[in-house]
Design a binder for this molecule. Sequence first.
Ligand code: GLN
Length: 304
Amino acid sequence: MIDYQNVIDTIHSNLKDEVNRGLVASYIPELANIDVQNFGIHLRLINGETFATGDWNKKLSIQSISKVLTLAMALPMYPKNLWQRVDVEPSGNPFNHLSLLELENGIPRNPLINAGALVIADILVTLLENPKEDFLNYVRSVVDDPTIAFNEDVANSERMTGYNNYAAANLLKAYGNLRNDVDDVLDFYFHQCAIEMTCEQLSKAFFMFANHGSCCLQKRHLSESQAKRINAIMLTCGFYDEAGEFAFEVGLPGKSGVGGGIVALLPNHYTISVWSPGLNMQGNSLLGMRALEQFTSMTRLSIF
Ligand code: GLN
């Protein structure tokens, strides 16, 4: 029997005084104010048992972690055509890179880079009656928590400095891969990124990917095959140009965001969320990656 509480407490005490914590994202001004010392871990086992340590109960900006949730909502609604509008190949590039988009005629490499997430946002803006509200309600239902909300200050802050995302959306529009107005799609996208959750809520949100498509209430949101495919995309594309490093060091499907959160999972076993806002050069949480590397080494529970 693994003493999970002891494992995560050990990891927390190994890393909590680390001086080299990376840099908090500053290109979204509102995120630059987050205290780099925050550090929390939350683990949820497939049987519902939970273990937590540090700042697991503080809210963080989920940022790109939201891309997995928009994909999970869009896929069952648009199962056939979705993969004609976005590919499933790792990009090997930063999350906001644009050159491949032009080379590949407006078909983003995968749904977890910004351009791909903008196409998924466009699909949801088309299919949902009240896109932002409906997506938020979807997230609330998957987590079983009606308190989850957007942080409007973060959404506005990103809009003010979102030149790269405006460029990506305009390129997609020029290639005919955006059906709605650029501003409507970006408004949805900035809001999905500005959702706030605690590590505990994140572990619940990703439970469906560890549980063959059913959430923590055992309600089915994805078919088994859809859950499996989203896990494959997380493994190969969840960490941008560091997806190989994450698979190498940690060995789990997962997703990071520039708010410093990372959620990862082992199908049939657990979901784990880590938050440390300092990022490495690739935009992934520096301590978060190290914490997860220690977790899969100590428990010997990775997919490999
Ligand atoms: N909202 C951020 C952006 O679009 C998300 C990036 C991230 O978390 N990697 O730039």
